[in-house]
Design a binder for this molecule. Structure first.
Ligand code: AMP
Length: 194
């Protein structure tokens, strides 16, 4: 069993297919024996995945900064709700509590969280799976940008090895079990091998 941290949208302006995707992933996580770690919001995809996990009998840990809780959008039904003084403490607490990370479509908050755990994995600061579940192609421009940066030597090729791009819930669940590939952060010369 893994504690799986899911990053996803907090927006209420999105198509309902994204809410359904979050709920579908929640059910699949429980079915595969995992618990959920989230940013502790009750809104949008964040709320949908947490409610889905609980309704299927799974455990949810929410980690929310005091300021967001005060907006009354905290997931007060969470099995555990940790309130942190600020955003940085929140992200560290979510990372420490999690064995794997899945990013669903989201906005700049989701992108920031994904890039942080991806960067840390690329530098061998952790060996936890970093997975993107992107059934509708929302991450295509990011993939293109990172690929282009790699071709121009800005992104080390091994950075691309530590992220799993998936398009179905089933693939994302499988990727939780995949051992992370080795990276060698001190071999700086590899940036020339592009
Ligand atoms: P975004 O992808 O821009 O929608 O942002 C998702 C991230 O925004 C979350 O993981 C949180 O860092 C933050 N956030 C925004 N609203 C909330 C909320 N109501 N509850 C918890 N976190 C939120």
């Amino acid at each position: 069993m893994a504690a799986v941290c899911v990053y996803c949208s907090s927006s209420d302006a999105i198509d309902k297919k994204y809410i359904e995707l979050a709920a579908e992933l929640g059910a699949a996580l429980v079915e595969d024996g995992h618990s959920l770690v989230t940013g502790g919001g009750a809104v949008s995809m964040m709320g949908a995945i947490a409610r889905s996990v609980r309704s299927h009998g799974g455990h949810t840990l929410g980690v929310i900064p005091q300021a967001l809780l005060e907006f009354e959008v905290g997931d007060r039904e969470a099995d555990e709700l940790v309130v942190t003084p600020d955003m940085r403490t929140r992200k560290a607490a979510m990372d420490n509590a999690s064995d794997a990370f899945i990013a669903l479509p989201g906005g700049i908050g989701t992108l920031e969280e994904l890039l942080e755990v991806w960067t840390a994995a690329s530098l061998a600061m952790h060996a936890k799976p970093v997975i993107v579940l992107d059934p509708f192609g929302d991450f295509a421009p990011l993939r293109e940008m990172v690929d282009s940066l790699k071709h121009r030597g800005f992104v080390r090729p091994t950075a691309l090895n530590v992220i799993e791009w998936t398009t179905t819930v089933e693939e994302a669940i499988k990727a939780i079990h995949r051992p992370a590939p080795e990276v060698f952060p001190l071999e700086h010369n590899e940036v020339r091998d592009v």
